[in-house]
Write a protein that binds this ligand. Structure first.
Ligand code: GLA
Length: 384
């Protein structure tokens, strides 16, 4: 943050009037359920996007990226795509907020973040949420966390062009420290569930497989379409219109699955069973049964690998090695898939040994250097 403030002074000749931070996230369980109106259970991590800014008169927004050492400048009256990829998240949020009728005023800003990019830890959602929070504060709009999340998601869907669900923006805006949020993506009701990591002697260990997420957008959209096809066919087969896979029980699915195309049946099975696992995982956590929670995480991974088919051989290897480490309670891939990170719940006293003895095995077999982030669960976006 100090570096950001210094850079602001250097770029714009005076200190910034406010700073905003918004965190990245790790999803503990509930993958590819959000756009199926299901349940998710993410936490925000202590890797964040920071913005230092001051309002200015007129219509010109000027933003300097400390990470890319590039400057982007544009008029609020003509927000088009930028030549700089990093600038489009900011432009997108401003455009969506203006289109929604909010008062968006001009500003100077410097941005910088330490959420690893392309690793499935939602660096883009953190960025969008930070921008929405900044604009809401500067224009005294007073947007709720939910509205900030929804506007940020809309920017990602409509301006950036990625058809993501609501999970990432929601947790970045509304997270609570040392907690994960159980979010019902059908109505956006949620509740914070305490993790008590320290008292329980466990850590959230995120490992970056070093496989940059490839194909993620096209495969992500393909999965969404397969789920929509499942909803349509299950509605026809059962004779009752179905709104989403949330309306489908495992026994309904058993009854009709042989009449579905095999791939569609697998996708539906993942989503319906994952919703059950999320609710069971929260119950186990609240009862302090961390081994049972871990087992559900392992099952989630198997379902993502075999039914939803969004893992990769490297990520499967990393998950296997992690699960076989004696201090691990559970491990799975996290995020959209096709590379990126794994998440494990691990006894804290064994993390060093994991890093020293297990990760080199992964590196030896894949030639990729994994990175480990031992994270704490932090609060959602905030302004200073
Ligand atoms: C990405 C999307 C989320 C969610 C996950 C998969 O992170 O942005 O909305 O769909 O993938 O669970």
């Amino acid at each position: 943050m100090a570096e950001l403030q210094q850079e602001f002074q250097k770029q714009f000749g005076k200190p910034p009037e406010l700073t905003v931070r918004a965190p990245g996230r790790v999803n503990l369980i509930g993958e590819h359920t959000d756009y199926n109106e299901g349940f998710v259970f993410p936490a925000a991590i202590d890797r964040v996007m920071n913005i230092a800014a001051s309002p200015v008169d007129g219509k010109t927004v000027t933003v300097y990226s400390l990470d890319y050492r590039q400057k982007d400048s544009f008029s609020l009256d003509a927000i088009e795509k930028s030549q700089y990829g990093w600038a489009n998240y900011l432009r997108g949020v401003l455009k969506i907020m203006r289109d929604a009728g909010h008062k968006v005023t001009a500003f100077n800003a410097v941005i910088s973040g330490d959420v690893p990019q392309g690793a499935g830890l939602s660096s883009s959602a953190a960025y969008e949420v930070a921008v929405a929070r900044l604009v809401s504060t500067m224009g005294s709009i007073g947007l709720s966390g939910k509205n900030i999340a929804l506007l940020s998601q809309r920017a990602e869907n409509q301006f950036v062009g990625v058809q993501c669900g609501i999970m990432d923006q929601f947790i970045s805006a509304l997270a609570e420290r040392d907690s994960a949020l159980l979010i019902d993506c059908r109505n956006l009701e949620y509740r914070a569930v305490k993790l008590n990591l320290e008292a329980r002697g466990v850590s959230i260990v995120i490992t970056n497989s070093g496989v940059q997420r490839g194909l993620v957008d096209s495969e992500y959209n393909a999965r969404r379409n397969e789920c929509a096809e499942g909803v349509r066919l299950l509605g026809e087969l059962s004779g009752h219109p179905i709104h989403s896979l949330r309306d489908v029980s495992l026994s309904d699915l058993d009854e009709f699955s042989t009449q579905l195309p095999e791939v569609v049946a697998r996708r539906c099975h993942h989503v319906v069973s994952e919703n059950h696992r999320v609710l069971a995982a929260v119950e186990k956590l609240e009862q302090g049964h961390l081994r049972s929670l871990g087992k559900l995480m392992n099952e989630s991974h198997a379902s993502l690998r075999d039914d939803y088919q969004v893992s990769t051989p490297e990520v499967d290897l990393l998950v296997n090695l992690t699960q076989n480490h004696p201090g691990t309670l559970g491990a799975r891939m996290t995020g959209a898939g096709f590379g990126g990170c794994t998440v494990a719940i691990m006894e804290t006293t064994t993390v060093d040994e994991f890093v020293k003895n297990v990760l080199p095995l992964y590196e030896k077999q894949t030639g990729r250097k994994p990175e480990v982030y031992v994270c704490t669960a932090v609060d959602g976006a905030s302004v200073n």
